[in-house]
Design a protein around this ligand. Sequence first.
Ligand code: KG4
Ligand code: ZN
Length: 375
Amino acid sequence: MSIRILGIESSCDETAAAIVADGREILSSVVASQIDIHRKYGGVVPELASREHLRRIVPVVREALENAKLDLREVDAIGVTHGPGLVGSLLVGITYGKTLAEALGKPLVPVNHLEGHIHAVFLEAHKAGITPALPAVCLVVSGGHTVLYEVRHKDGRNGDAAALWSYRKIGQTRDDAAGEAYDKVSKLLGLGYPGGPILDRLAAVAGDVRPPVKFGPTKIKGNAYDFSFSGLKTAVLYHLRENPDYVPEIQAREAAITKGERKFDQLLPLCSPKTLGLVKEFQNAVVRELVDRTTRAAEELGTPTILVSGGVAANRQLRATFEERSAALGLKSYFPSLALSTDNAAMIAAAAYPRLKNHILADVSLNACASLPLA
Ligand code: KG4
Ligand code: ZN
């Protein structure tokens, strides 16, 4: 008989619920995005996020159960994200998870959101019948995080879904997360929020257009596996300030977005070749930083595998570059599908499974932790 975990995720701006069997098989996964609510503010507004989670949590859990054709009583445990994230948002999922666990008399499993992102890669690989070799270097790269971990199975039981994992943080951003840099640069260019998806597509059509500016590698003193993106964002800002000819097209794009014309096909005609060149150069720089530092860590630590997860892992150039570089170095790199790259609850239910099997449970005193460390 399989063990079915209901995962609940509400750490930022997606209300999500999913049912995963034995930590591997996704029976359902429902994500209610709040992007349309936060878009006009250019980022997530915490008060609005928690209010929306409150509105969405019950129907989202109900839909996850319906899609899996299960009754609440048929669920074996509840896994819930308890950090890191926005406290007001986390508390909605935690309170609902606790209530369900108490009412049903089922175990409550606390899950770290970042551990969830790492499990998303394995969920995807298992769908294809692959067990990535551990130890691995894992890059979690999203709007809130840019962290590098060394990942192992605690007791060396590779491939066993019930085995606990161990994590060692080996690098992190010293300032902005990579997704945050995408979002800020997109805002500077009048391209709206979130920035990653639109900049990804614009960079892809830039072709061989000559970049109007060059961004060299970021110099970081100390840990070679740390990241920094605020200098790059500032370099874009200064370049725009020094070149007032960008102003009319930025204003035209802002006007289009205000009218709701934010689709790629609507924004592309409003971008000059110079802007496309700038976007491409920005993306080249972000991808170079992420790929160089991550592959360097894998080589130096002698890990055969690279795992990449989080919203920015959806970036096509990032995926292609990781794949090329890994192949050249004799490493393997793995990504989740696009749906599992961004925040979801299937990854939370998957991460809850080994914890449940090893009796790492919570009680009604479980609280939200904004900066919960993974390692
Ligand atoms: O993991 P996620 O959904 O939420 C957080 O935990 O932050 O990641 C959202 C972030 C946003 O900053 C968004 O701009 C970025 O991921 N993103 C991308 C792409 N798709 C989403 N960045 C680059 N390229 C993409 N295709
Ligand atoms: Zn996330």
